[in-house]
Design a binder for this molecule. Structure first.
Ligand code: 13P
Ligand code: 13P
Ligand code: MG
Ligand code: MG
Length: 370
């Protein structure tokens, strides 16, 4: 049977500043989604948060881009925004860019990762939620999971994944996409996705030789670019991703291993700094130091007939302590750069800048160099 797995998220108000989501917003989301489950629209759901982002994890049979599902998410975010206003939470309604819902939530502010697929006998699904960074932050981990044999042993020793995978990459500046196969096109793929503010992995598919159903995604990442939508800064587009695992796919541990490098991603303070991506538990998904550092949470479910088990908080594990410690050392080191690149982002990638004003003020004092 086919199930649609939808994760839709938005920042509708921070508690305090941009640190976390207030429990009363999660209560509203819980109530709205429970009603939808009782009405038969949803098969199951789970409400979570990462930093100041409210995350709706939903299963149903309406397919991707369903008006009913998107409008449920939109109404939930609107109701939570009202509560956020009432409580005086920070930046209430930050990610809701329009007053009117027109059938599809895409381009309206929230981030969306959705895929429809045929459930296998046992279907492990992991939801990754990030705060204080951008969709390109998924590029390195997803590449490692599906294409790097030093990460994923199965690419070498498991005949069912030895042929590799197909990556769908979006050029988010030109609004184009391309499908590339690994291992054959690995170097070309890396040439693109290393430029993570422009080229982002949107989906991963099995190859024809796989026993999984062709053309059904095995991973999907949200790729909304808030600043492109709004034309001005209104918060980084903190991304979410959904990855299936095992039986013809990387094992759960190979998927998590993709996050074992706290590599530098952009976002953090004022969406204008590079910092290490730190894997944390749900309880530590609060962005504090310099509004960060950027964080990623992983919730693992088993899916059966559209129903979800309780999640396992996968990074809530001492095995990731050394990675967190490394992220903390990198945080100290990067912070000591203060306003200097590469801690502060290059001019074109900054969400905030005073440079035009500074240049204007100094205009008359700038003299030609002889
Ligand atoms: P304010 O100027 O509203 O304080 O916003 C700055 C900010 O929150 C960026 O992190
Ligand atoms: P969010 O995108 O998570 O709201 O963070 C905004 C910010 O500028 C933090 O400093
Ligand atoms: Mg915020
Ligand atoms: Mg956020």
């Amino acid at each position: 049977m086919k199930t649609t797995f939808s994760v839709i998220k938005a920042d509708v108000g921070g508690w305090p500043g941009h640190a976390a989501v207030h429990p009363s917003l999660k209560e509203i989301a819980d109530k709205k989604l429970r009603e939808a489950e009782e009405n038969g629209l949803l098969k199951d759901f789970y409400v979570a948060s990462c930093g100041d982002d409210l995350e709706l994890i939903m299963t149903h049979d309406r397919g991707v881009d369903s008006t009913e599902i998107h409008s449920l998410a939109w109404d939930t975010f609107c109701e939570a925004t009202e509560k956020a206003k009432e409580l005086g939470l920070y930046g209430a309604g930050q990610d809701l860019l329009s007053d009117a819902f027109s059938g599809n939530i895409r381009g309206m502010g929230p981030g969306i990762a959705e895929m429809e697929f045929t459930e296998r006998k046992a279907e492990p699904v992991i939801v990754f939620m990030m705060d204080k960074t951008e969709p390109g932050a998924f590029n390195l981990p997803v590449f490692k999971i599906f294409a790097d044999p030093f990460n994923t042993a199965g690419l070498i020793i498991d005949p069912s994944i030895h042929d590799g995978f197909i990556f769908e990459v979006w050029d988010i500046q030109e609004h184009k996409h391309v499908f590339m196969e690994t291992p054959e096109e690995m170097y070309d793929l890396l040439a693109l996705i290393g430029a993570k503010s422009r080229f982002v992995i949107k989906r991963v598919f099995p190859k024809k030789t796989s026993k999984l159903v062709a053309k059904e995604p095995v991973a999907v990442i949200s790729t909304e670019k808030l600043y492109q939508i709004a034309g001005e800064y209104i918060g980084k587009d903190d991304p979410v991703g959904v990855i299936r695992a095992q039986s013809g796919l990387p094992a759960l541990g190979e998927v998590l291993e993709g996050f074992s490098l706290p590599y530098l991603v952009s976002g953090w303070m004022r969406g204008s700094h590079n910092g290490p991506l730190m894997p944390v538990s749900l309880k530590n998904a609060r962005c504090t130091r310099f509004d960060g550092p950027p964080r990623v949470v992983a919730l693992g479910f088993q899916l059966k007939n559209g129903k979800l088990t309780q999640p396992v908080d996968l990074f809530d594990d001492p095995a990731f302590d050394s990675i967190r410690l490394e992220a903390q050392h990198i945080t100290d080191y990067m912070r000591r750069h203060g306003p200097f690149e590469p801690h502060r982002l290059p001019l074109q990638d900054m969400e905030y800048t005073t440079l035009p004003k500074v240049m204007k003020k100094l205009q008359r004092r700038f003299k030609k160099i002889k």
